[in-house]
Design a protein around this ligand. Structure first.
Ligand code: FES
Length: 318
């Protein structure tokens, strides 16, 4: 465990005992500035924001700076920060990593996955949901609650959680929440070949492709495009599986990798969605940032001055 804090003025120094790798350390959140609105005035402000915001900040910082990946044996326990914010923060972090991956290319794995491996969170203070317990536990289940939550009572603080209540509530809540993996598995199905849509279809002119980097056309009711990838032509459905962005209007770029503070271009060419920046393998259609997503890809070729594609399914997409 490491010593954590959020402000220079109140930053606790790791004790000499904590400097040993095997000895846990601890740190409190900043009691002066609870968020981005300046110093707080009332205790309720700090109690609502302070511990939660500082816990979120530590989680994101540890992850984004690559600390957890560089120190795979490091275990971090974040306590007294509440937990209802956890799913949203991890989802947001995963989403932003895909969109902004050239900013931190050293993040090879989804932030939520690494956090799940190395970070644990205390249950206290469990948020009171005003009758929405099912929703809370479903969200926590999606964030890997079974693996990452540790019981804490925080006794004798005034807002401690009674173990007789807390342990029962957690067991009941998690038992009712369906595993997110099951839901997710049901969402994606392998594309099937379309029998009646074989043959080659004209998509545009080679001159337009060379000028714009893509041509797009509606073919048999489906919007598709052709992009140039390292001298090869690739047909791609013009609909990003993330949020429906016009994927063919994106850019073909070299994928960036790196370590904290350093960037490297790889030889791998990717198609980058113009909406949120998620990257796709233009050959297989696989989303490089989310294995559950895939875009349909098609064989394409130039015929004289024209470009065409076929809807015959590329074997690797099956
Ligand atoms: S990355 Fe969001 S729509 Fe494509």
């Amino acid at each position: 465990m490491v010593s954590l804090a959020t402000s220079e003025s109140s930053r606790p120094r790791p004790s000499s005992a904590c400097r040993s790798r095997s000895t846990p350390g601890r740190g409190d959140g900043d009691r002066g500035a609870a968020g981005g609105a300046g110093p707080v005035t009332f205790y309720i402000e700090w109690h609502t924001l302070g511990s939660a915001c500082s816990t979120m900040a530590h989680l994101v910082s540890l992850r984004v700076h690559g600390t957890l990946e560089r120190l795979p044996s490091l275990k971090v326990l974040l306590i007294e920060g509440g937990i209802a914010w956890l799913p949203g923060t991890l989802w947001r972090l995963d989403t932003n990593r895909r969109a902004l991956r050239s900013d931190t290319p050293w993040l090879e794995h989804k932030p939520s996955e690494v956090a799940r491996e190395q970070v644990r969170f205390s249950t206290q203070p469990l948020e009171h949901t005003d009758g929405h317990d099912k929703l809370l536990w479903e969200m926590l289940e999606a964030a890997g609650a079974r693996d990452v939550l540790c019981f804490a009572s925080d006794y004798p603080h005034w807002d401690f959680d009674d173990p007789a209540f807390m342990l029962k509530a957690a067991a009941r809540g998690l038992a009712r929440a369906r595993p997110a993996q099951e839901r997710r598995g049901a969402l994606w199905r392998a594309p099937r070949p379309r029998r009646h849509m074989s043959g080659w279809h004209d998509v545009g002119s080679l001159a337009d492709l060379e000028r714009d980097g893509h041509v797009v056309a509606r073919v048999e009711g489906r919007e598709v495009g052709v992009v140039a990838v390292g001298g090869e032509l690739r047909g791609v459905r013009n609909r990003c599986p993330h949020r429906g962005g016009l994927l063919c209007l994106g850019t073909v770029e070299h994928r960036v990798i790196g370590v904290p503070g350093g960037y490297d271009l790889t030889d791998q060419l990717v198609l980058r969605c113009p909406w949120h920046g998620w990257e796709f393998d233009p050959v297989t259609g696989a989303c490089l940032d989310d294995p559950a997503l895939r875009v349909a890809v098609y064989p394409a070729k130039d015929v004289g001055e024209r470009v065409s594609l076929t809807y015959e399914v590329v074997p690797s997409t099956l």
